[in-house]
Design a protein around this ligand. Sequence first.
Ligand code: GAP
Length: 445
Amino acid sequence: MDKIVSLCRRRGFVFPSSEIYGGLGSTYDYGHYGVLAKNNIRSLWFSAMVQERDDIVALDSAIILNPRVWEASGHVAGFSDPLVDCRTCKLRFRADKLDEAQCGRKPSKRPGEHTECDLTEPRQFNLMFQTRVGAVEDASSVAYLRPETAQGIFVNFKNVLQIARRKPPFGIAQVGKSFRNEITPGNFLFRVLEFEQMEMEFFVPPDEADRWFEHWVQARFDWYLKYGLRRSKLRIREHGEEERSHYATATSDIEYEYPIGWGELEGVANRGDYDLTQHTEHSGTKLEYVGEGGERYTPWVIEPAVSIERIFVAMLADGYDEEEVAGRQRTVLRLHPAIAPVKAAILPLIARDADMVAHARSLYEELRTSHVVEYDDGGAIGRRYRRQDEIGTPFAFTIDEQTLEDRTVTVRDRDSLAQERLPIGGVVEWLEGALRQPWASPKAE
Ligand code: GAP
């Protein structure tokens, strides 16, 4: 994980947030390549969930909702972690994760193991961030930053049902920031205070819930394989009864073997009719489906939920590689080309050669109209290749002496390092084709 964090910092994928003030634990800012990679993850998720299907529509609900939403959903009463405080070092720990925490007096020990440790009894600590709406500071002005995007979908169920004229099975998908006052710090982007959640609530007739639950677990697992995560690093783990959230009748996690060990990448839950029933009771608005023949029922909900952050770390970890090439070390991010922030680099071999530069700039101008590509004429060609390898650019086109004679360029493949020559006029089409090819990680399973 340290190597990934350092690469992200060095190449401007991710910075610790408000770093010049000493940072703020578990919050990060994204630089240029981080933004590009996140955009790719978001848009591939959106394509699979909405664009390529007839039965799912999009929504973008507010972050701050009427606080009664969170009473109805059970978050005010139940979205909490059991915490203990140490009266000696003043640190706070998750009571159920003490074996992963470090004692404030002696980091090689666990909280409670040092003779000076003085831990309180566990107390429930709500994970929602509170804020206030309006100018008056009284209890009625308390509101919350959403801890999940899902509730914004449930409270819009009736709007979508009527206006999009849908009938179950159908889904509503949403991507947006969620916020949690997480106490267990860190592990880079794995557990952060604010994250971009991608959730889809799929409303089904109750007797079809089991079938759709299996469907979504498999569909989401296959999505990770499609975008290059190695099968050996992925697994599906069913939650035991004691582990499930208050709303779920079944949950399976798609787990990835992160550098910190196996951890939840995405959760798929069968939420039953819990949310629509709760909001019906609390709001007085009936959230049910009424068929043309008059039959009525409260749909059950199957929910695949993930954050871009967890996907991003999994892809970085899966793609990170170091190897020796011709006696020199290279660091390479073997990202799926669809995820890679930059799709191709355009490199004039000799930066002082005006003809090479002119050809390279013209190819760059042509390619950048449809893809994120980079022009780089700084330094020796080997160093330029290595700079692109580090950010995961799958292809590099080099303009050299031969280009000036026969109008061909070399294309270098990031993974195999193979080079071939192509007519310069065919590069656009070649790149389109190459980006559409299925891709599998060359790293060992
Ligand atoms: N609506 C259901 C829900 O929010 P969850 O298991 O609490 O369920 C869903 O969260 C997903 O959101 C997780 O699988 C993970 O990908 C992501 N996630 C949750 N908390 C996170 C955090 N603190 N930092 C980054 N991602 C997080």
